[in-house]
Write a protein that binds this ligand. Structure first.
Ligand code: ZN
Length: 440
C-alpha cells in the first residue's frame, strides 16, 4: 500500500528541498499568460514530466475567451531629476498585472490615479490585476507616497499584449482503473510565497512521487492559471469528466496555520467524508467549511452544470490573513516544515483513497476463530497485537459489502493504516475477499 510512502518520508530532507524549490521560483513574474508562466511550467515539467498545453488567444471557452498573452520587458516611474521611484525589477508586484504599454510624461494628478496602495498596511505592496480592463498602474507601499512630491513624472511600461497562448500543465498518472482523482493548483501569481508558490512546489512534489508508482486509480495533475485556466480545461474536457471520482484544489499550503478544508458543492465526496479522520491519523486537525461560491478554482469545478466533487485544501484561508495578496506573503511567511507536512498529508490522503477497498466477510455467522489460523503469530509487540486484534474485529464485522475500509476506520476511530493492515492480513488468511477494489 503506497500510502506508507507518506508515513516514511524524511521530513527534514523534504523540508530543505521544498524550501529551496520555493526560493528558486518565488521571484518570477507570473501571470495568467506569458513567458514567466511558461518558465514556471517548464520548471514543473522538469520535476514531474507534465505536458505543457497551449490554447490560442481568442479561443472561446465556456462563457469566456482566452485572453491576449502578456509580457513585460521593463516598467518604472522616474521623477523630473531622473530618480527611479518604482521599478518592476525590484518587485514583480510593483506593476499592475496586465498593464498596457505606456511611455509618457504625466502630471502628479494623473500618476496618482494609477498608483495602488494599502493605507491600512503602509509597508506592503498590494497585488493588483487588470486582466479584462485595459489599464496601467503601479503598486507601492503607502509609506512611499510622500516620495511623489514633484509635478511631473516619466512613466515607462514596456509590455506587450498580443495574440499568443494560454499555457497550462497536465499530467495523467494512469492507474489500473480509469476512475480519476484530479489535483489542481494555480500558477498565475507573481512573487508571492504562500499564494501561490507553496501550492506549486507541494503539488509538484506529490506528482513527482506518484508518477513513479502504479496506483489503482488514475491521478490527474493540473497546473493552471486561476479561473481562466480551470474554465479553459473544463471547456476542452467537458465530455470526459464522468471518470472523475474526487478532486482537490490545493492552495496556500506553506504558512503556519493548520489545515482548512472546504467541502465540495455535492458534500459527499471521499474527501468531504474522510479527510478529517485521515488527518487525525497523522496528528493533524482540519477545520471544515461547507461549500461557498467564492474562493479558488473549486468555484469552476463546482459550478452547477459540472458539479464535480472538488474540495479546497489550504492552510490559512484566502483573504483572512494580513499578508494575503501583498508583498508580506514572502519567503519568511512560509515555513519549510509546513511545506513538507503538506506533501505528507496530501500523499496520505491520496494513498488512502487508492487503498480504500470494500470487502466481504466469508465467515459472517459467528466470529471466525482467529487463533487457529495463526493470525496472532504474525504480529509483533503486545500493544500492536491488541490494536490489530481489535481492528480484525472491526473489519470482520463491517465487511458486509457496504462499508469501505475508510468507513470502518471512521466508525472504529482507529487509524486507516491499522484498518488497512488488518484487512490485508484477513484477506491473506482467506477470511474476507475484496468485492470492488475501485469504488471510492
Ligand atoms: Zn490568490
Amino acid at each position: 500500500m503506497w500510502f506508507e510512502i507518506a508515513r516514511d518520508l524524511d521530513l527534514d530532507e523534504l523540508s530543505a528541498e521544498l524550501y529551496e524549490w520555493s526560493r528558486e521560483i518565488y521571484p518570477w513574474g507570473r501571470s495568467i499568460t506569458g513567458k514567466e508562466t511558461v518558465r514556471t511550467l517548464k520548471w514543473i515539467q522538469e520535476k514531474t514530466g507534465i505536458e505543457i498545453k497551449s490554447v490560442p488567444s481568442g479561443t472561446k471557452v465556456l462563457d469566456w475567451e482566452v485572453p491576449l498573452e502578456w509580457n513585460v520587458e521593463e516598467a518604472w516611474v522616474k521623477d523630473e531629476q531622473g530618480n527611479v521611484l518604482v521599478d518592476y525589477r525590484d518587485h514583480k508586484l510593483h506593476l499592475l498585472n496586465y498593464s498596457i504599454s505606456v511611455d509618457k510624461i504625466v502630471s502628479r494628478e494623473e500618476l496618482l490615479q494609477h498608483l495602488f496602495y494599502l493605507k491600512e498596511r503602509p509597508d506592503l505592496i498590494p497585488y493588483r490585476t487588470s486582466y479584462y480592463n485595459r489599464d496601467w498602474g503601479f503598486c507601492i507601499p503607502y509609506s512611499w507616497l510622500s516620495r511623489f512630491k514633484g509635478k511631473k513624472y516619466r512613466v515607462k511600461i514596456a509590455s506587450t499584449l498580443s495574440k499568443g497562448y494560454l499555457h497550462y500543465g497536465e499530467l495523467l498518472v494512469k492507474g489500473k482503473s480509469k476512475k480519476e482523482v484530479v489535483l489542481t493548483t494555480h500558477i498565475c501569481h507573481p512573487q508571492m510565497a504562500n499564494d501561490n508558490v507553496s501550492g506549486i512546489v507541494v503539488l509538484s512534489k506529490v506528482a513527482s512521487i506518484i508518477k513513479d508508482i502504479i496506483p489503482e486509480l488514475s491521478f490527474r495533475f493540473l497546473f493552471i492559471p486561476g479561473t481562466i485556466g480551470s474554465i479553459t480545461w473544463l471547456a476542452l474536457n467537458k465530455d470526459n469528466l464522468s471518470n472523475i471520482k474526487a478532486g482537490l484544489v490545493i492552495s496556500a499550503v506553506g504558512d503556519r496555520s493548520g489545515f482548512n478544508y472546504k467541502r465540495s458543492r455535492k458534500g459527499d465526496s471521499f474527501f468531504d467524508k474522510f479527510l478529517p479522520s485521515l488527518a487525525r491519523d497523522l496528528g493533524d486537525i482540519v477545520r471544515i467549511h461547507d461549500f461557498h461560491p467564492y474562493g479558488y478554482d473549486e468555484r469552476q469545478f463546482c459550478s452547477p452544470g459540472f458539479n464535480l466533487p472538488f474540495g479546497l485544501l489550504s492552510r490559512a484561508q484566502w483573504g483572512t490573513y494580513k499578508e494575503y495578496h501583498t508583498s508580506g506573503d514572502n519567503l519568511s511567511f512560509i515555513e519549510k516544515r509546513q511545506l513538507s507536512k503538506s506533501v505528507r498529508f496530501i500523499l496520505y490522503l491520496l494513498g488512502s483513497l487508492d487503498a480504500n477497498k470494500f470487502y466481504l466477510n466469508l465467515y459472517p455467522y459467528g466470529e471466525p476463530q482467529l487463533g487457529k489460523r495463526g493470525l496472532y503469530e504474525r504480529i509483533g509487540g503486545e500493544s500492536k497485537k491488541k490494536e490489530l486484534q481489535l481492528a480484525f474485529l472491526w473489519v470482520l464485522n463491517y465487511s458486509d459489502g457496504t462499508n469501505s475500509l475508510t468507513e470502518i476506520s471512521l466508525k472504529s476511530g482507529m487509524p486507516f493504516y491499522t484498518i488497512a493492515k488488518a484487512a490485508t492480513i484477513l484477506e491473506e488468511a482467506q477470511l474476507i475477499k475484496q468485492i470492488d477494489a475501485l469504488e471510492c
